[in-house]
Ligand binder design. Structure first.
Ligand code: NCD
Length: 494
């Protein structure tokens, strides 16, 4: 696949970061317009009538995992636009049961519909699908990676309640590791400059790569208050616009005085509480320890007196049923917004009305990243065992593809899987190896990768360790350093 700037191509929404902030606001403007035109009198969140703008269009919903809201609200949205739906909602009754790969199914469906929504248990499945699709692919949830359209509904709910997103304070509780809705949501909150307060269940903290992105790419400063046991970590605006939070994870408690004072101030008023269930399907162990339970008692604290409570649903037992009648409960309204928001996204992707999403290669800051791209059987593999590239069946049509990024936090070069967006972890004792095929030689560490440039990248293969390179008969070569240092190298000042 080419790494050169490409001609305009089909837009896909796999990550919330495939949409710019301006595009997200345009989607919301369009959703508000649909609510105004087709909404129910007296229930401003509910679409009650249909338009006829998509009468020649078909939406395909391809679901390999259970769903109620996502699939039905997409189908309702398409029906309200006057379009048609075709559905494969049960992998046991589709060709997947006969062994058809996701990539093949997608290529076939591309000729049956005008856009498709995919839900899959594997992280990165939606990105793989998008590589094979000639029509827009919308990610309806892929493993624990992302769920961008849920985030559109969540943000739209915040905006309907509060008008502006900047400086809002949102607490997020539950399974922060397994919940894909949270991963898309925190990226968006950081991008719109909201403050985030995390309340993970024990052992279910945000994945390290999501935390790193919040601090490095979306410019949030992380800190903690020792005397506030219910909130584990805060992500707030830094003092300087581009100041990085350099506090490494184990030292989170060393939050400096100034940051602590800022957090104390912000912590006095929580505008929204986002509750999530234990994602039991993503964990081997089915026991959950100290899982936060949100009920009227918990929300008695003065800082929650005006807090609107959100939940992507389904709920299990983490959000008390008796809370439903509390004026702060907005989760059913949030689910209702799924229809106008998805109507807006569909109509903008298909260019059905004046507003449409620009067709351009890549989305939010994506096209600037250098991509390493080799066949799946050559060199380093994604370390995430739930990545689509680790599925014996599907991996035949995937590649070893990684963004090559420079990490400002650790002053190093890192690799991020293009499919599941997990950052690869390099062991100090076993640095990654970069080999040049044409020369038959290799060097340790990734530092010089960034100086290679996209045109020459094909000549290089990255290995997870030296033994793999040696096995292929490659020999070690010392390579001049081009500034910076790799994670495997110690700085002389240490
Ligand atoms: C979420 C999902 O599928 O990730 N559901 C939804 O789409 N609203 C949340 C969940 O399943 O917990």
């Amino acid at each position: 696949m080419s790494q050169k700037p490409e001609t305009p191509k089909t837009r896909h929404v796999v990550s919330i970061n495939d949409l710019t902030n301006t595009e997200i606001m345009s989607i919301f403007g369009e959703a508000e317009a649909y609510l105004k035109e087709l909404g129910e009198h007296g229930a401003a969140y509910r679409i009650a009538r249909s338009a006829n703008v998509a009468s020649s269009c078909i939406l395909a919903t391809l679901f390999y995992e259970p769903s109620t809201r996502t699939r039905l609200s997409f189908e309702s949205a398409m029906a309200r636009l006057g379009g048609s739906n075709i559905t494969s909602a049960d992998p046991r009754t589709s060709s997947a049961a006969k062994g058809e790969t996701l990539a093949d199914s997608v290529r076939v469906i591309s000729n049956y519909a005008d856009l498709m929504v995919i839900r899959h248990p594997r992280d990165g499945a939606a990105r793989l699908a998008a590589e094979y699709s000639s029509i827009p692919v919308i990610n309806g949830g892929d493993g624990s990676h992302e769920h961008p359209t849920q985030t559109l509904c969540d943000l739209f709910t915040l905006k309907q309640k509060n008008k502006k997103l900047k400086d809002l304070t949102i607490a997020i509780s539950g399974d922060l590791k397994g919940s894909r809705t949270i991963h898309s949501f925190v990226y968006a909150l950081a991008r719109f400059e909201a403050n985030i307060a995390l309340m993970p269940a024990e052992g279910m903290e945000l994945p390290a790569h999501v935390d790193a992105r919040l601090r490095e790419e979306f410019n949030r400063q992380r800190g903690q208050l020792d005397d506030d046991a219910s909130i584990d970590a805060w992500y707030i605006a830094p003092d300087e616009p581009h100041q990085l939070s350099l506090i490494p994870k184990p030292d989170l408690r060393d939050t400096d005085l100034r940051t602590r004072e800022k957090i104390e101030k912000i912590a006095q008023l929580i505008h929204f509480m986002y509750v999530t269930r234990f994602q039991k399907e993503r964990w081997d162990e089915q026991k959950k320890h100290n899982y936060p339970k949100i009920d009227a008692k918990f929300l008695e604290a003065p800082r929650y007196s005006k807090t609107s409570v959100l939940h992507p649903l389904p709920r299990v037992d983490e959000l008390d049923l008796s809370f439903d009648t509390d004026r702060r409960a907005v989760y059913f309204q949030q689910a209702a917004y799924g229809v106008p928001v998805r109507m807006a996204l569909i109509s903008m992707l298909l260019g059905l009305r004046k507003q449409s999403l620009q067709k351009f290669p890549g989305g939010f800051e994506r096209s600037e990243n250098l991509i390493y791209d080799q066949p799946i059987n050559l060199g380093i593999r994604c370390q995430n065992r739930n990545c689509i590239t680790d599925d014996e069946h599907e991996k035949q049509q995937a590649r070893n593809k990684f963004y090559v990024l420079s990490s400002k936090l650790t002053d190093s070069v890192k690799l991020r899987c293009v499919y599941c967006e997990t950052d690869m972890v390099e062991q100090e004792s076993q640095p990654f190896i970069v080999a040049q095929k044409s020369k038959g030689s290799y060097s340790r560490g990734l530092t010089h990768l960034l100086s290679i440039g996209p045109e020459k990248m094909k000549d290089f293969v990255i290995f997870g360790g030296e033994a793999d390179a040696k096995r292929l008969g490659l020999h070690c070569k010392e390579v001049p350093q081009y500034g910076g240092r790799s994670r495997g190298q110690k700085s002389s000042s240490h």
